[in-house]
Design a protein around this ligand. Structure first.
Ligand SMILES: C[S@@+](CC[C@H](N)C(=O)[O-])C[C@H]1O[C@@H](n2cnc3c(N)ncnc32)[C@H](O)[C@@H]1O
Length: 194
């Protein structure tokens, strides 16, 4: 699939064809992290794009927040928008080749960008990257899309079944902290290794 290449995503950023970019940090995600995780937590946000949530968390004192991006142009855009964010915390490369160990992994509109056939690979990769007592949490589209993806939709029951193969899972649907344009169309999923 053409979307499974860094060139595809790079071009989308170069053409400024990035309708998924909300332009600010999703406050629901920020509130979730602040409520449950100390400032020292090592956090990974894969497929983070311009990294608004990572930049916000860093500004709030989460100095160990990392983003992963396949697109060099997304990285450049993030550093242009957030010059104070440490470039070394932007991990460029394919998520599926990433190494490391993170107690917290946050998802927003990366899972939906992957071809559905890769969803189980995503779950397994998240498990590989999570610390033994780690938490994966994030926001997922709880709807389908008429056009060919990305984004690829789904529903809460499907995600619960998928993540339950590797994790203890809780799903909240609908998610009450969605941004206004996505209200009622998203769920929140939290998965724990143990
Ligand atoms: C739909 S965008 C969402 C970006 C960001 N999460 C947001 O909400 O603005 C999907 C992002 O995933 C990145 N991406 C796609 N495949 C990737 C992969 N295999 N590894 C790392 N990043 C990837 C793209 O470059 C793009 O920035």
């Amino acid at each position: 699939m053409e979307t499974e290449s860094n060139n595809y995503w790079d071009e989308r950023y170069l053409e400024e064809n990035i309708p998924w970019d909300i332009g600010y940090a999703n406050s629901g995600i920020i509130k979730y992290v602040q409520r449950q995780f100390p400032l020292t937590t090592r956090i990974l946000i894969p497929g983070a794009g311009v990294g608004h949530e990572a930049a916000k968390l860093y500004a709030l004192g989460y100095e160990n927040v990392f983003v992963n991006e396949w697109s060099q142009s997304a990285k450049e855009r993030m550093l242009a928008v957030y010059p104070g964010f440490p470039a070394e915390n932007i991990l460029i490369g394919d998520f599926f080749a990433l190494r490391g160990c993170y107690p917290l992994i946050i998802e927003q509109t990366f899972f939906c960008a992957l071809p559905p056939a890769r969803r189980m690979d995503y779950v397994k990769k998240v498990k590989e990257l999570l610390a033994h007592d780690g938490v994966f949490a994030g926001v997922f589209f709880d709807r389908t899309f008429a056009d060919e993806g990305p984004p690829f939709g789904g529903d809460a029951a499907e995600y619960r079944a998928l993540f339950s193969r590797e994790f203890k899972v809780s799903v909240t649907s609908p998610w009450k902290d969605s941004i206004a344009p996505r209200a009622g169309t998203e769920c929140w999923l939290e998965a724990r290794v143990s």
